[in-house]
Design a protein around this ligand. Sequence first.
Ligand SMILES: [Zn+2]
Ligand SMILES: [Zn+2]
Length: 206
Amino acid sequence: MFLERVPAGVYAVNCYILGDDKTGKAAVIDPGGDVDKIIEVLEINNFELEYILLTHGHGDHIGGVKELREKTGAHVYIHKEDGYMLKDFNANQSVLISGIKVELDADEFLEDGDVLELGKLKLSIIHTPGHTQGGVCIQVENVLFSGDTLFANSIGRSDLEGGNQQQLIDSIKNKLLILDENITVFPGHGPATTIMIEKTTNPFIR
Ligand SMILES: [Zn+2]
Ligand SMILES: [Zn+2]
C-alpha cells in the first residue's frame, strides 16, 4: 500500500494520497489545494486516480477538489449529510477560510458501512458525526484517516458548521476507539497517532 501526505492549501491540511501498488489505482483524501503537487505525486508513481474522498465539507479540506476533478476525471465522494456544504460557500466557509469561493456538487454520496474497492484495497467508510453531521473516517488495512474527528491528543472543533460536541465524543468512543489498538491514525491536521495512544492519553475522551 502506497501512502503519502501532501500539505495542501492555505491551512496546509493533511491531504493523503493512497495507492494500490499492484493495480496502480489511487485515491486522494481531502485535497485542500496544491493540486499540482498532488498530480505530481500521482504521475511519478504512475497512479490512475479513481476516487476523490472528502472526510467532510469544511473549506480547508475542499479548496483543490474542483481542479483535481477537472484534471483527472475522478469522482468526488462525500457523506450525504455534508453534501449541502459543498454546494454553499456560506456553509463550507471557504471564503472565510481561504478567501476563495468554493462551490461544487459531489458525484457520489457515502454512507456508514460503505466499502470502496481501490484495486485490491478495501476502503471502509465510518460515519462519525459531531465535527460536522456528515463527517466520516476512512479505514484501510491498519490505517485510519480521521479527518477533523480525532487528532493526536485532541478532538475536532464542534463550534463550526454542523458541529455537536457530545455527538463527536460519542462517535469517537463508539466507532473509533473500538477499532484495533494498533491502527495508525492519520488526522486532517497535525501528526499521526494510534488508537492505543488516543485511548490511553487523549484528555478529551477519557
Ligand atoms: Zn473541519
Ligand atoms: Zn480542517
